[in-house]
Design a protein around this ligand. Structure first.
Ligand SMILES: Nc1nc2c(c(=O)[nH]1)N[C@H]1C(S)=C(S)[C@@H](COP(=O)(O)OP(=O)(O)OC[C@H]3O[C@@H](n4cnc5c(=O)[nH]c(N)nc54)[C@H](O)[C@@H]3O)O[C@H]1N2
Ligand SMILES: Nc1nc2c(c(=O)[nH]1)N[C@H]1C(S)=C(S)[C@@H](COP(=O)(O)OP(=O)(O)OC[C@H]3O[C@@H](n4cnc5c(=O)[nH]c(N)nc54)[C@H](O)[C@@H]3O)O[C@H]1N2
Ligand SMILES: [Mo]
Length: 770
């Protein structure tokens, strides 16, 4: 006889849901009843929560167990694992951490642990990794993120804050009522609106975009693929060569300048250094006017279109929006700065529906009206050694210990890492040029990973600790881009021997004598209550009531009201730049930055500029590698999470990631629909399934990230992970962000038998003694 069905409220980055459980098994994840546009990704959860890919018990790489630091580190990912008891595993980790710290110091421990982990805030693995390592003396951390790292370090110099790139921009309600022309660089791909970091109660972006489609707003989508125009939107699509938006923006800016259509009053009252930028536009120093004809030759958009778009923007209320992808490219600082400069010349910054924005089309909840109060938060504590590297310089750090690097005006040296600790991220998903990373990955003596599944990162670790999933523990979640706070109730017993990251760290901290600093005397229940109560204090101070914790927990959620008025970015500054200055040195928008000039970086000059990226279709190398690879976000999962789930697997072609190309590019190479192809360049190659799509402009390949890294060897990845192809250089010495979108490749039909995908095969084991 079956037990009755039970239902538990929960939350994921892809939305809030109710877990439906019977006899200890997850039957389904039903969307939260308040969510108008739930994500189909939920369907992948039941199959993956209970699967062969779950890590059942602590495991140690055979060579490491036998030889410790003397083991062959190039065998990571190939050697067998030995399963051990928890006590053995915890003693090994605690002992190794203590040894590395005493022999090499805290700066030999890399605790960056970048990654999205779970939506719950208490059991957020990366936060807990930092909290654990910080309370034990510190570690080398990571600064910035892969999402908008170039913007994070550029924008404070230009507008005094990076808040706009987090989604604090002129909101959709205001756009609907005031914007006449919405220019969307990178489009508004609704696929990306399935996700909110921290998890959303409601998927709000889709509804706003649908309302915008029915409004009189004129949309112009500038992107290498027309797929970035949401279904049902009557947008004008302007195809553009990837990584050349800066040239297009400069061509528009020059048009305004040449025709006297720039707002001189606004530039005078609210901006600093326009004259320096204007000199560059006119070409006074380099002899090259950045006019529409010049821009056209670079970006592939014809000059009359550029001129017309500039004049159109100047004659109506215009919002310029860039997706985050534009800055995830070599010199990715420049399109963001150029869009601010162009918006400054249009003179509508701080006016309803006008100015610039970032990320309207990048993540759910960006630009969604919401009172500006914090979401639930868990503290990682302070890093006593205060050391970090720019997040995307991870492989550089491993490959060049002791070498100097520049970052945002300072020169530092890379630390010498002996131990990597990773929980809640997948570097073999997120990092670029994975063959290069594989070399760096051999540097440290020891690598510890917690995960719930045998991910590519877990397989390449020395000690692997099985973590529970979010459904196997209690938690609280919510996002600063969403009006809901959600209770996350334990719905399932922990899988096999898996433990909560929190409990793993508590035990390790106890072994090292800092348990009290890690837990602050609280267990799971006490922490959830305290996270809620801390948040409630801040909400009440801002005038928003909240039910008591017990009422919240019983109800399953709490809700912020809609804000009383629209958010208009820089409204107060617009009204009075003296009384409400920006946080820049001048207090105004810096179109020429003395501060950046003082850094003396040739790859980030003191004003927005066109700097050819290391790889692009206008480069001489395009003769050899004629296709620009755009590796965008996957429609059917979150990064590498749930890649083995039913949604993701259904989306594959012959078990590989699909690669979209224009039919002409395919036929030129004898590639047919759903053929297996090899995408390659000098850094590596991967197999993929060909999708023919006339919306993709010729010269471009579009491939989602997320296929679990599955190398046959350095020369061939079997599953379609685009990061074997991508370029691993910083955006510039200023921000050192990722340049993932800057990649040239070639593609060919795969001939003959293809090697089978092995990404989802569990690792091999040393048989347990009888
Ligand atoms: N080429 C290319 N590369 C890119 C990008 C791109 O556009 N192009 N985008 C970049 C961006 S923006 C990002 S944000 C990164 C994302 O990179 P990541 O955030 O590293 O990717 P995820 O796959 O989300 O990794 C999360 C990991 O955490 C694990 N996990 C989940 N819950 C738990 C838990 O409770 N405990 C533990 N211990 N583990 C857990 C999951 O199983 C998974 O392995 O990728 C970047 N990489
Ligand atoms: N379903 C799903 N949604 C997600 C995620 C996920 O993994 N899955 N990840 C989330 C995360 S962590 C992040 S950071 C955001 C990322 O948000 P974005 O960075 O905005 O997302 P991308 O999909 O990388 O790029 C958006 C679009 O930009 C276009 N594009 C690429 N290069 C260029 C260019 O040079 N010029 C122009 N004009 N357009 C270009 C591409 O066609 C692409 O469709 O997405 C979030 N949303
Ligand atoms: Mo991201």
């Amino acid at each position: 006889m079956s037990l009755p069905v039970q239902r538990f409220p929960s939350l994921s980055h892809w939305g809030a849901f109710t877990a439906v459980v019977q006899d200890g098994r997850l039957l389904a994840c039903e969307p939260f009843h308040r969510d108008p546009a739930p994500s189909g990704i939920l369907a992948s959860m039941p199959g993956t929560m209970q699967s062969d890919l779950r890590i059942a018990r602590p495991a140690v790489r055979e060579g490491w167990l036998n030889q410790r630091e003397a083991s062959d580190r190039s065998a990571r990912g190939q050697e067998r694992f030995v399963e051990v008891d928890w006590d053995v595993a915890l003693d090994l980790v605690a002992g190794e951490l203590a040894r590395v710290r005493s022999q090499h110091g805290h700066a030999a421990v890399f605790g960056g642990s970048y990654g999205w982990s779970s939506a719950g805030r208490l059991h957020h693995a990366r936060t807990l990794t930092h909290r654990f390592l910080n309370s034990g003396g510190g570690c080398v951390n990571q600064a910035g993120n892969y999402s908008w790292g170039a913007a994070q370090f550029l924008l404070p110099h230009v507008i005094g804050t990076y808040a706009p790139v987090t989604g604090r921009v002129t909101d959709w309600n205001n756009v609907l009522h005031h914007t006449e022309l919405f220019i969307a660089f990178g489009g508004l791909p609704l696929r990306n609106a399935q996700i909110t970091s921290g998890g959303a109660g409601v998927h709000s972006t889709q509804g706003w975009v649908e309302r915008a489609c029915r409004s009189a707003i004129e949309f112009v989508v500038i992107s290498p693929t027309q797929a970035d125009v949401p279904e049902g939107m009557r947008a004008r699509w302007i195809p553009i060569r990837p990584n050349t938006d800066t040239a297009l923006m400069l061509g528009m800016a020059h048009t305004l300048l040449a025709q006297g259509r720039h707002d001189t009053a606004f530039l005078h009252s609210h901006c600093e250094g326009f004259e320096g930028f204007a000199r560059y536009l006119r070409g006074e120093d380099d002899g090259q006017a950045k006019d529409a004809a010049w821009a056209a030759a670079i970006c592939g958009v014809d000059a009359p279109t550029i001129t017309e778009l500039a004049l159109r923007a100047a004659s109506r209320r215009t919002l310029l929006n860039c997706t985050w992808s534009l800055q995830r490219a070599h010199h990715g600082e420049q399109p963001y700065w150029a869009s601010i400069a162009l918006a400054s010349m249009l003179g509508q910054i701080g006016l309803p529906g006008g100015g610039f924005a970032f990320g309207h089309g990048s993540i759910n909840g960006a630009a969604t009206p919401r009172p500006d109060v914090p979401a639930p938060e868990m503290s990682a504590g302070r890093n006593p050694i205060g050391q970090s590297i720019p997040v995307a310089r991870f492989a550089d750090m491993l490959l060049a210990p002791g070498q100097p690097y520049d970052f945002n005006g300072r020169t530092s040296t890379y630390p010498d890492i002996e131990l990597i600790y990773w929980a809640g991220g997948n570097p073999f998903h997120h990092h670029q040029d994975l063959n290069r990373l594989m070399k760096g990955w051999q540097k440290p003596q020891t690598i510890v990973v917690h995960d719930s599944w045998w991910t590519p990162a877990a397989r390449r670790a020395d000690i692997v600790l099985p973590a529970t999933t979010t459904l196997e523990r209690n938690d609280i979640g919510g996002s600063s881009r969403d009006r809901f706070v959600l209770a996350m109730k334990q719905a399932l017993a922990p899988h096999a021997q898996s433990r909560n990251d929190f409990d793993i760290y508590r035990e390790l901290a106890a072994r090292a004598g800092h348990e009290a600093a890690f837990t602050e005397g609280r267990d799971e229940a006490a922490w959830i209550r305290s996270i809620y109560d801390d948040m409630a204090v801040k909400w009440r101070a801002a005038g928003f009531g909240l039910p008591s914790f017990d009422v919240f927990w019983a109800e399953g959620f709490a809700e912020l009201p809609e804000p009383a008025r629209d958010m208009v970015l820089f409204e107060a500054f617009r009204q009075d730049p003296v009384a409400a200055p920006l946080g820049t040195p001048s207090g105004r928008i810096e179109l020429y930055s003395q501060k950046i000039a003082s850094f003396g970086y040739d790859d980030c000059p003191p004003h927005p500029a066109w700097l050819p990226p290391a790889e692009w279709l206008g480069a001489p190398e395009a003769a050899r590698w004629p296709l620009h690879l755009v590796s965008s976000q996957p429609p059917d999962k979150l990064h590498s999470q749930l890649d083995a789930g039913e949604r993701s697997v259904q989306g594959k072609i012959k078990a590989r990631q699909r690669v979209c190309m224009h039919p002409d590019e395919a036929s030129r190479r004898g590639i047919g629909l759903h053929d297996l192809v090899r995408v390659f360049n000098a850094r590596g190659s991967c197999l993929a399934g060909a999708e023919l799509d006339a919306r993709v402009m010729p010269g471009v390949l579009v491939m989602s990230t997320g296929a679990w890294f599955d190398p046959q060897d350095e020369t061939l990845e079997r599953h379609g992970n685009p990061n074997v192809l991508t370029l691993d250089v910083g955006t510039s010495r200023l921000a050192q962000g990722t340049s993932a979108m800057t990649t040239l490749v070639e593609v060919e039909r795969w001939q003959g038998e293809a090697p089978a995908v092995q990404a989802f095969a569990p690792p091999t084991w040393v048989p347990a003694p009888p």
